[in-house]
Design a protein around this ligand. Sequence first.
Ligand code: TMP
Length: 254
Amino acid sequence: MARRKLIYEGKAKILYEGPEPGTFVQYFKDDATAYNAEKKAVIEGKGVLNNRLSEFFMLGLAGIGIPTHFIKRLNMREQLIRQVEIIPLEVIVRNVAAGSMAKRMGMEEGAALPRPIVEFSYKDDALGDPLVPEEYIIAFGWASQQDLDDIVSIALRVNDFMSGIMHGVGIKLVDFKIEVGRVWDGDFQRLIVADEISPDSCRLWDVETGQKLDKDVFRRDLGSLADAYTEVAKRLGVLPSNVTHAPTKPTLIN
Ligand code: TMP
């Protein structure tokens, strides 16, 4: 069989050329990185969990009329997606102060915010994904004012959807990141949710105990990341409740 053409390899995913023009195959790796890849590990089963969880969230968003790049899951680690022109921004929505916002503003992690706050980082690893004001985005031509208005509206709808889903299974959606891409119907542009939505790109705290169930477990050495993601998947009904780890290797059956 001919090798598939590699389009792009990132820290946690690989994109291959898809079977039809305008499609890619998105492969979820087990690699975990933090602090701009200064900290690295392989977490067995993470890619399988994130493939399933991103499918679950993307299908849910499509179900409420928010378009996404997701077409279908192909296997344990791969999904078929629409090719998009990625807007080079990390679109972050925060419900509670945490992470870089808590640090930047001298706030306690967990402090309530007056309302959900949307912010933008410029996607550039060499610069450490710096926070950028709308003025930069428009002046440098990464997106227009109309695009930004649409992106904020999409981000807040995603926040409502994700907060509700998570609240239903006893998890607080503290913050998350999405990426948005352009697709073209002739000359007409549409913005759709792209990349992935998974515990790699969210902060998720247990409502009762405050236990972290997201990538901070890895960033801050708080225990098993695979266990945390498995817990999220089980609560959402994405994995059967008796699975402790998503299997990634064939197991010899005696
Ligand atoms: P931060 O507190 O580090 O700025 O992150 C805010 C949220 O966005 C958190 O849920 C992690 C997510 N995020 C990513 O997934 N990738 C990124 O590159 C950045 C900057 C944030």
